[in-house]
Design a protein around this ligand. Structure first.
Ligand SMILES: [Zn+2]
Length: 448
């Protein structure tokens, strides 16, 4: 049976909502189907497309609305915009996706990364001799004392109560020069070795490094992370993948390194530079300190790292920023400014990624379903994919860019799409955006 997509039209850009959906539809057709019997292949695909569509449209009622639309108009947007053959019910979606491993979806992230890279998309992101910055962080997306599955992590309290939770490492490409962040395939923090051994953020991040490192290393990657990651085995694992690192390194968790630093301070060997800038109201003094070649732990064989610090103080004495980092990039009076700027862009994983997923309509801490095995992590991966698709469209789709720039908020954009797709079936995503632009008397961009 052929997929319900025609080959990409010449008028469509190489990367578009249509081409992206065609690509995932193709991948979804090969997802695990745990049922026995024949002709079941497309149903798992439709279950995945339906869940993806719900997250992409930021509309928990999208599937029910499309069933009504099908009854009233004989067609629906789940078919026309997402290429699903059927509209499976919520229970079917939950059952089918519970058997799929999130690992089966990871190749989609790599494919989009490669397509974006081919367009030169990452060029403006590069810093520090053309290095691509990837920030790692753990994010909680489920917690309960009642609902649980085989993949839940557990936390036991003194009173005997157990809290079940799900957490994932959500790596993103960041840059001090760019507001956008680009999500990469996640790694789930889930009990390993036959569900007996609890997993942790650092171990899951190491698995992610092993998995993605070989393909990413050619992009001259620098890994960013918080103090938890300033741990010698992890730093060595980064170097083994031919990547660099800039990691927060606090004094209370790295006593040896800071004792060595204090010795060098007494000998006046720590380089200090101060830059003064004006923020429109106040003078701000940025004081950088740096020292190369300090041991990361108390051992003759310890890894040697380079350390730097930034303290920003307003002229009225208020401390605006303070942080310390270790890196394998060589530090100098000139290099330290860019290295600290790169290290600081780690916060974007919290602001632009994790908060967007939780608060900007993606329902990352969703309650669509938990499942017995994989459902929770498969849905979380589909949410990340929906976020990635919107990020890509914001960059490549001229009509999308125009609409987002003229509509007052992203909420208005999604509110309008929710209302339109409830009442009307569009032939394509492109037709829907053009309909919206026409309604606003905005000319359709010629390049589309
Ligand atoms: Zn669970």
């Amino acid at each position: 049976m052929a997929l319900p997509f025609e080959p990409t039209q010449k008028t469509e850009p190489a990367l578009s909502q249509k081409s992206l959906v065609a690509m995932i539809s193709d991948k979804f057709a090969n997802l695990t189907d745990a049922r026995t019997g024949e002709n079941t292949r497309y149903e798992v695909s439709d279950a995945a497309l339906s869940a993806f569509a719900m997250f992409f449209m930021q509309n928990p009622s999208f599937l029910a609305q499309q069933i009504n639309l099908q009854k009233n108009k004989g067609k629906n947007n789940l078919q026309t915009l997402f290429g699903a053959y059927s509209n499976p019910c919520d229970n079917q979606i939950r059952n089918l996706l519970d058997a799929v491993s999130p690992v089966e979806l990871y190749a989609i992230f790599s494919r989009i990364f490669n397509d974006l890279h081919a367009t030169g998309y990452f060029e403006p992101f590069l810093v520090l001799n053309k290095s691509l910055l990837i920030a790692l962080d753990g994010v909680d997306y489920f917690s309960s004392e009642k609902i649980h599955c085989d993949c839940c992590s557990t936390q036991e309290f003194a009173n005997g109560k157990i809290r079940y939770n799900h957490k994932a490492i959500t790596p993103v490409i960041v840059s001090p020069k760019q507001n956008q962040v680009i999500p990469l395939a996640p790694e789930f923090i889930t009990p390993q070795d036959g569900h007996t051994k609890q997993d942790c953020e650092l171990t899951a991040s190491s698995r992610w490094l092993q998995r993605e490192g070989p393909a990413l290393a050619v992009h001259n990657v620098t890994i960013l992370g918080d103090d938890l990651y300033s741990h010698e085995p992890f730093c060595q694992a980064i170097r083994a993948q031919k990547m660099h690192f800039i990691l927060v390194c606090k004094a209370d968790s790295h006593k040896t390194l800071y004792e060595w630093l204090a010795d060098f301070e007494r000998e006046n060997k720590v380089i200090t530079i101060t830059r003064t800038r004006w923020d429109g109201k106040h003078k701000i003094h940025d004081t950088y300190r740096l020292m190369n070649d300090l041991p990361l732990r108390n051992d003759d064989e310890a890894m040697m790292v380079n350390w730097c610090e930034l303290k920003s103080v307003r002229d009225d004495g208020k401390v605006l920023y303070y942080n310390t980092f270790i890196t394998d990039h060589p530090l100098s009076s000139s290099a330290v400014i860019d290295i600290v700027a790169a290290g600081r862009s780690r916060w974007k994983i919290e602001n632009e990624n994790n908060n967007t997923l939780k608060t900007k309509g993606y329902h990352f801490e969703h309650n669509f379903g938990h499942g017995k095995k994989n459902l929770s992590s498969v849905l979380a991966t589909l949410i990340l994919l929906a976020f990635l698709f919107h990020t890509v469209l914001e960059h490549i789709d001229k009509c999308y860019q125009l609409l987002r720039s003229v509509l007052p908020t992203r909420k208005t954009f999604f509110d309008d799409i929710r209302a339109l797709t409830r009442y009307t079936c569009f032939e394509s995503w492109q037709q829907m955006l053009e309909f919206m632009l026409k309604g606003l008397d905005i000319p359709i961009p010629k390049s589309v």
